[in-house]
Design a protein around this ligand. Structure first.
Ligand code: TYM
Length: 346
């Protein structure tokens, strides 16, 4: 198998309500990777419009995600920060992948089924083809590692299938063009960290999500201290005190979620949380959890507010990042065009 230079790619949709799940499952984990690998972090605005977005809000939300990247500590001198629609290669490669991926593969995507709901005939074609665009995001940069939360696992498996099929379908041309036995890497998902799946505060069996109609289901990155305290106070729990061992969290999804959140925010093991709170009632635990959440999130939301007041700066970061991304993307797209047999000016 051909060797690929390690490169990290990940993306977040600018659909508003960035929450603690996005932060713990993804954005916070992007930061240390920038010191280990070349990293590309994208605001995936083209994915956002698979469901209708108000144009003015979309623009704001693009800046919100970029501000969250910067506030979390991603340094635009080390990593590329940009928005997808500024690099036309995403759409171009997605089209090629629409012709590589099979209807049956996309029909199995659980996220499409969830988002389309019962009225599938009325879902946008873009929503159905969404995973092809996601594969294009990653493979346009021939990224080898993709840090994401657990909910993206199936999409990353599809990305691997698309890379594999492209490599097989065009094997002869790939070799003839001097790319060896594979043009695209088989990307590794990085689904790790203490909280790959943060659950709703209202229902421990549902993931925390931007689109949940209840604002009390999630802690957003722009919530102030009072709001965070209130949301945690109202979080659903069960009547038992907290257990002393992690095994005691089995079958108690809400307790499990709150303990996981505490551990992730405080940077300690779940067992260490239970060493402290085992046998305690939720009321006292929730007060401490709120303090830990406010301490962890206050500097982030203050920096996001500061950046949001300076849209010119944020837009500049995205423009500079897009130019750098475009340079890499153009090299890939030129090679893809040669491999599939398109004629282009040389
Ligand atoms: P999105 O915008 O829904 O979420 C952004 C990131 O946050 C993670 N995440 C969570 N992690 C833990 N607990 C949760 N409750 C939770 N909710 C969300 C997601 O797993 C994701 O890492 N399809 C992607 C965006 C995308 C992408 C890509 C990601 C487009 N192209 C290429 C990686 C590579 C999405 O909708 O993420």
């Amino acid at each position: 198998m051909a060797q690929f230079t390690p490169r990290v790619f990940s993306g977040v949709q600018p659909t508003g309500n960035l929450h603690l799940g996005n932060y713990l499952g993804a954005i916070r984990r992007f930061v240390p990777l920038q010191d280990e690998y070349p990293c590309i972090y994208c605001v995936v605005d083209m994915h956002a419009i698979t469901l209708w977005q108000d144009p003015a809000e979309l623009r704001n939300n693009i800046r919100e995600v970029a501000s969250a990247y910067l506030a979390a500590g991603i340094d635009p001198k080390k990593a590329i920060i940009f928005n997808q629609s500024q690099v036309s290669g995403h759409a171009e490669l997605a089209w090629v992948f629409n012709c590589v991926a099979r209807m049956g593969w996309l029909s199995r995507m659980t996220q499409f089924k969830e988002k389309a709901g019962k009225d599938r005939e009325n879902a946008s074609v873009g929503l159905f083809a969404y995973p092809d665009l996601m594969a294009a995001d990653i493979l346009l940069y021939r990224a080898t590692h993709v840090p994401v939360g657990e909910d993206q696992k199936q999409h990353l498996e599809l990305t691997r299938d698309i890379a594999q099929k492209f490599n097989n379908d065009f094997a002869a041309q790939i070799a003839a063009e001097g790319h060896g036995d594979a043009f695209f890497p088989i990307t590794e998902p990085l689904i790790q960290g203490p909280a790959p799946r943060v659950m709703s505060l209202r229902d421990g069996s549902k993931k925390m999500s931007k689109s949940d109609p209840s604002a009390y289901s999630r802690i957003t990155l722009t919530d102030d201290a009072d709001t965070i305290q209130q949301k945690i106070r109202k979080a659903k729990t069960d009547p038992e005190p907290l257990p002393s061992e992690t095994a005691g969290l089995a079958g108690r999804p809400e307790a499990d979620n709150l303990v996981t959140m505490f551990a992730a925010l405080a940077g300690i093991e779940r067992q260490a949380v239970l060493d402290r709170f085992g046998g305690a009632q939720f009321s006292s635990f929730k007060g401490e959890l709120a303090d830990v959440a406010v301490t962890a999130l206050a500097p982030l939301s203050a920096e996001m507010r500061r950046l949001r007041a300076d849209p010119g700066f944020v837009d500049g970061v995205l423009a500079t990042g897009s130019a750098k991304a475009r340079d890499i993307a153009t090299v890939t797209m030129d090679a893809v065009k040669d491999i599939v047999g398109f004629l282009r000016a040389r």
